[in-house]
Design a protein around this ligand. Sequence first.
Ligand code: FAD
Length: 462
Amino acid sequence: MVEATFVVIGGGIAGVSCAEGIAFLAPEEPVILISASPTVKKVTNVRNLTKMLSRFDVEEQPGRKVFESCPNVTVVHDTVTHLDHENNNLTLSSGAVVKYGKLCVCTGARPKLIAPDNPHVLGIRDTDSVVEFQRRLSSSRRVVVVGNGGIATELVHETSNVQIVWVIKDKHISATFVDPGAAEFFQEKLIKKKDDDDSPVVKRMKFSVDRGATSVSSGAALGPDWHANVRLSGLSTDDVTVEKCCEVSHVHEGDDEWPVYVELTNGKRVGCDLIVSATGVQPNVEPFGAAGARIADADGGLIVDWAMRTTLPNIYAAGDVCSADWQKAPHWFQMRLWTQARHMGTYAAKAMVYDNQSEPFLQDFAFELFTHVTKLFGMKVVLLGLFNGQTLNDEYEILLRMTRGQEYVKLILKNGRLQGAVLIGDTDLEEMCENLILNQLDLTPFGEDLLNPDIDIEDYFD
Ligand code: FAD
């Protein structure tokens, strides 16, 4: 049996951030990081865009390399199969037993697949699944992409030489992050790009949207980093059809023409070579749920309190596996994203070390404001606070400024105070918006001037 004061399970961003945090706060205490994956994910190149909004790269590296400057951290490549929380023991698939003083579960989540046993259905989660997607795509004529979040949006945008049928349950594309106006803005941008573009185009995409009778062709830009170095190309010509307001009701066996068919709730039947299921994730709570940790009904995550403690003694959780169950700050909510995995992992480290020393601590400032920066359709997208009016029960006003193809700025106000913002393009407004959400200044005197491009509104707040 091996033993350590602190044990962390998971080599993703949450687990690595947690182990790094413990190594920093308690360099004399032994730490074991157990990861089922041979490489672990490391956050590098952090750029702070504002006080609370940061951008960073994520690299996969061998565990030993990531922790070479932390001699108290040992990385074990194995899978945890059993938890005995009464004796503070973990059993690994190799049969080894690890005893912990305090444990943090950072086992992430896996894609929720529409037909998990069907060999033609693929979920995208890690590097291996991207490589598998690339391999299968290269011999595909038509792919059905199911889901409307960031991954589905990126796949549709980045994949070329293949017919795509994009099945979304909402009325507009990319609904996890943007409202119908912004979705329309992206289509406008695609059209404009095509019209403006007189340079040779690397990739062409044809959108034919059902119910809307819109049909455009466009050149597309590079997308987010995770597939930047992967050529995602099929066997056919580009053509994207969006099937809105519907879901996959059945997956049927193929015939001579197509290997597999999907039946949609709108009655259509679509043959294809491959189905990519990007319909959300399922937290990896086994074997901790079986050992008695409470699981959230809503999202299947391990319930954690404000200090990232699960309902079992000495066991914490962070990242995609956990479900935040505390009295949340008005402008923060959980979304399973890299930034939150990092914040939670680092903060869980603090909670574990301070609890171990019986020292009091306060919740991290990162949980005061939801922030996310990403790229959609090649454009910078910053989301702040209640960017989609979340929790406001439709009781809010919207201020909107849009310059076709360049920027889309949406501010959400309640009682004259800023609650959230969607900033697409190089708006340079993130700092101002972040401050206005945090300080809840009454903006009524500014009225619509708040977004008047001829007035430098930031002067007022300096
Ligand atoms: P994970 O990264 O899933 O790590 C879990 C770790 O636990 C793994 O090392 C796994 O091997 C290990 N593990 C699991 N079970 C066990 C066990 N029993 N024993 C031992 N080890 C175990 N977020 C963004 O913010 N921006 C993006 O652009 C973005 N793009 C994404 C694109 C894709 C394709 C995907 C799938 C996700 C994307 N996300 C994005 C979400 C983001 O990747 C996750 O929120 C984040 O990586 C979660 O980190 P984690 O450490 O909680 O979990």
